[in-house]
Design a protein around this ligand. Sequence first.
Ligand code: ZN
Length: 257
Amino acid sequence: MRIARFVTEDQPAYGVVTGEPGQESIVQLVGDPFYQGIQESGQRHAVEDVRLVAPIIPRSKLVGVGRNYADHAKEMGHDLPVSPMLFLMPNTAVAGPNEPVTLPAFSEEVSYEAELAVVIGRICKEVPEERVPEVIFGYTVANDLTARDAQRTDGQWARAKGFDSSAPLGPWIETELDVEDLRITGRLNGETVQDGTTADMVFGVAELISYISQAMTLLPGDVILTGTPAGVGLLREGDRFEAEIEGIGTLTNFFRR
Ligand code: ZN
């Protein structure tokens, strides 16, 4: 099932997306599926008549994982981490699909990173790997925007990874997906710059969620960004970046100063 969040003329609402690519429609839901389950309201919209927004604004946190693909760690000149390398982003980092992102004034080197994002469905702590599927609501696409200059100078990554709109998510959450081996691509102004597979993650989804939950309680709507394959590069004013994951869809954003 594909769950989107969208705006018509009213407040944002959730809906279930159905139909073939290019002809999707959305059945509006009553309330918030993270807390009330899937209750259809009966109202239906064509996707082109609504504006999709980020499928989730986490209540508490986004957790990022650094250097989780060997070819990306190598291109950045780093060894592979021996355990997952975690960082936190505030929920104000979230932006939606097709949303223009203002590159932060403090950085001259903002990079794109196409990533698989895991959306948590229930409150959980110390989850054993074999029970991780029970706590996952679904998956979406992320672009883990990173200010490389701030990342180099700051030591901590709060500014480099946590500025406003540094974590575009979308276009929707896919709730039924096997993420063992999905193609993940990034296109800058139409040219393919990242082309990898989730099979190449150093630490897989179950391992990551279990590891993170040893340290902190995960809440419904929390989002885990699982790392990016090789091919990262810088964004400039006027650029368009598309992050695509097989079986989910394409997250497109535009960049401005
Ligand atoms: Zn990343």
